[in-house]
Design a protein around this ligand. Structure first.
Ligand code: LLP
Length: 411
């Protein structure tokens, strides 16, 4: 079982109600420290975009990657700007809508372009604008096909054989090419990493351009299972540093090395706390129902992702005894609202101590793509988020109300 501070979580659950997200600031700071060898750590805020988390990142010197107008607004609200050689915000996407185009131009936010049209649309209104090129190197790798962001089946980045068109547009509009970027997916292993580093060296040399920076993208995995493998960040850095050195030798000057993790920085900090509300046997399956649904934590339903769980008694002590194979389900009116399932929806029961109404279920490692992927499905309001920082706990998002949802429709 993963470690859990039961009494603290239960006291927060009683104070703010369930379901509830909690984040441990110390874990985030520890993960940031593990990547300090990189020149720039750029947090992929899609993983967890709460402005209080972004402020915590900023206080540690971490920059951000934004992928939408909303995420740019969040970064600005958290005090980031795009000034200087290592701008606080970079915008990464495969298209630019008019409103986002206006915003990146207004704030001088560098654009990491995933399509030639982005370069054209930006160049027309903002000659000299700083750009990165996101390259699809022709291969990718993900923890699920849905998170593989390279190769022919991925919509992301500019296909490596079509870069000449991008360079021509950069010249035509006098855009300022900062660097090349590759993010081939989430859950990249060392074998693929070697291939990405090789592809980066090849593309820099083939470009015939002078570049200031390269970005390693994100994709660093975390051990979701108790016995899961923990990434060796020193080894990860050494592979990229060797690539950077070869690029520096080729260009004849220093090159900035950026990394763009989402999950690695926040996943292990976040826990979803829910209350057990019902149990039932359906044929050979024993279901344990909690008050969190896939609208709160979508990863199991979307990718068949594994999240470890802890079952706590009403007073917060870990439950023991009476273990049985249990399917953990939520309240949504949809059969896929099950937290213990594999890719494709196969139900995978988990050995749990005997559960009772009033127990608590804690889902581990939900800090990345948990709250940020939640929805209002079944008209369920977004749930509170609490930041635990040393001895202090702080509400960083209150619970949404149904009245707020209905207000949107008062038109
Ligand atoms: N950079 C870019 C351009 C990305 O598209 C992503 C993730 C990242 C960085 C950060 O990837 P990470 O280090 O977090 O693996 N919802 C899925 C993950 C989708 C990731 C999309 N892009 C999940 O829950 O696993």
């Amino acid at each position: 079982m993963k470690p859990v501070n039961g009494p603290q979580l239960v006291s927060l659950a009683r104070q703010y109600g369930t379901p509830l997200w909690t984040y441990d600031a110390a874990v985030i700071r520890e993960r940031i420290a593990q990547l300090q060898q990189f020149d720039v750590i750029r947090f992929a805020q899609k993983a967890c975009s709460n402005t209080h988390i972004l402020r915590l990142m900023r206080a540690q010197g971490v920059k951000v990657d934004s992928v939408s107008l909303g995420e740019i607004e969040r970064a600005l609200a958290a005090g980031y700007d795009a000034r200087g050689d290592h701008p606080g915000i970079v915008f990464t996407a495969d298209l630019l809508d008019e409103a986002t185009l206006a915003k990146v131009v207004e704030h001088g936010i560098p654009v990491n372009a995933g399509s030639p049209q982005m370069l054209e649309q930006l160049g027309r209104v903002s000659p000299g604008h700083r750009v990165w090129l996101r390259i699809n190197p022709g291969f990718g790798h993900g923890h699920s096909q849905k998170t593989n962001t390279g190769g022919e089946t991925s919509k992301h980045g500019i296909w490596f054989e079509h870069l000449a068109e991008a360079y021509a547009l950069i010249d035509q509009y006098g855009l300022d090419l900062v660097g090349l970027h590759m993010h081939i997916g989430s859950g990249v292993d060392y074998e693929h990493l070697g291939n990405v580093c090789g592809a980066m060296i090849k593309e820099v040399k083939a470009s015939g351009r002078d570049l200031k920076a390269i970005s390693a993208g994100g994709g660093l995995s975390i051990p979701y299972k108790v016995d899961g493998e923990r990434i060796d960040t020193a080894h990860y850095f050494s592979l990229w540093d060797a690539a950077r050195k070869e690029i520096e030798a080729h260009l004849g000057h220093p090159v900035t090395l950026e990394i763009e993790p989402g999950r690695f920085l926040v996943a292990e900090s976040g826990k979803l706390v829910a209350e057990v509300r019902a149990m039932k046997d359906v044929g050979s399956n024993h279901f344990v129902f909690c008050d969190a649904g896939f609208n709160d934590l979508m990863r199991p339903a979307m990718y068949g992702s594994h999240h470890e769980v802890s079952l706590l008694a009403a007073d917060g002590t870990p439950k023991q005894g009476g273990e049985r194979a249990s399917v953990i389900a939520g309240p949504l009116c949809e059969s896929g609202d099950v937290f213990t399932q594999g890719e494709g929806g196969t139900v995978i029961p988990r050995d749990l101590p005997a559960a009772e109404v009033g127990d608590w279920i804690v889902f581990h490692d939900g800090g990345a793509y948990g709250a940020s992927m939640s929805s209002n499905y079944n008209t369920r309001p977004l749930i509170p988020e609490v930041l635990i920082d040393g001895g202090e706990t702080r509400l960083i998002r209150r619970r949404q109300t149904v009245a707020e949802l209905l207000a949107l429709e008062s038109v």
